[in-house]
Ligand binder design. Structure first.
Ligand SMILES: [Zn+2]
Length: 288
């Protein structure tokens, strides 16, 4: 026979558990009803790495609430395939440009070609463009030429610019100031807090992705914790920059959810709230 106080305890405990289950269920329910709505602001879904299973990759992203993606180009030769991929699925938006790491395939005539594409295709952004002083063998003067010309085109067509800046944030800042009246995002931001402040003043946002999931990324994590949320965009940079749990693997837009989780933890804000803000930020930048 079980003594009475023990029965009371058991009853109380089971009530507690029941209560907690209801609470958890209602959180799950709320999540289902409201649904996370995420925007991957930097995904190279058009590249050959996704050739064989692109539809499945898009479905997995949608299942995680990643309903929109911005696809930045890397070189002239890929623009037409990028256009086709964006036309094939809803919620994919193209950006056309010339990426600094693909310098060897760029030709000066690709700048007037880009102008024509911007005129006829009316994409959502210019890019990916920028400066990379980390990778060896990329001529700095040539990089500057293509970057400045693309900034001018972005200004002329009033389009946001998607910028790659590796070991080059100071010069990117100077170039943006020099050209003026241009807005956009520094994707996979790796600069300092002070440089970030200057970028915010110029109306630039920061793309935050896989690197923030690494414990050792202390400087980046501090910045993400304290930066104004109106300048924060989430990105995967798929197929590159996988998060800490998937290092060495092909990255994909569905994993944006892992970036969201870390950003929410760092900022001590609900995931739902971070999702809402960052999606609104990306929509304001690329869809308006
Ligand atoms: Zn990229």
């Amino acid at each position: 026979m079980i003594p009475r106080p023990a029965i009371r305890r058991l009853k109380a405990n089971s009530k507690k558990i029941e209560h907690r289950n209801i609470k958890l269920e209602s959180i799950e329910q709320e999540r289902l009803e409201m649904g996370l709505d995420l925007f991957d602001s930097h995904s190279h879904l058009d590249v050959p790495e996704f050739e064989h299973d692109r539809s499945a990759v898009v479905s997995r992203a949608q299942a995680e609430g990643v309903r929109q993606q911005l696809l930045p180009a890397v070189a002239f030769a890929g623009w037409s395939n990028l256009k086709d991929v964006c036309a094939q699925y809803s919620g994919l938006y193209p950006a056309y440009g010339l990426h600094p790491m693909y310098l060897a395939s760029h030709r000066p005539e690709h700048i007037p070609a880009l102008r024509t594409w911007l005129e006829t295709e009316k994409p959502n952004a210019v890019g990916e463009c920028g400066l990379d002083f980390f990778v060896e063998g990329l001529d700095a003067e040539q990089q500057r030429f293509y970057f400045i010309e693309q900034l001018k085109l972005a200004r002329e067509f009033k389009l946001p610019v998607v910028v790659h800046a590796r070991r080059a944030v100071d010069e990117v800042l100077a170039s943006i100031k020099k050209i003026g009246s241009v807005r956009g995002v520094i994707h996979s931001y790796s600069g300092s807090e002070e440089q970030a402040r200057q970028l915010f003043k110029l109306g630039f946002s920061l793309g935050i992705g896989g690197p923030v999931t690494y414990d050792r990324a202390q400087r980046l994590r501090r910045l993400v914790t304290s930066m104004p949320i109106e300048f924060l965009l989430l990105e995967t940079d798929s197929p590159d920059q996988p998060n800490a749990d998937h290092r060495g693997q092909r990255n994909e837009p569905a994993r944006l959810i892992d970036v969201l989780k870390v950003v929410a933890q760092l900022r001590k804000q609900p995931e739902q709230e971070i999702a809402r803000y960052t999606t609104a930020n990306a929509e304001a930048m690329f869809l308006k």
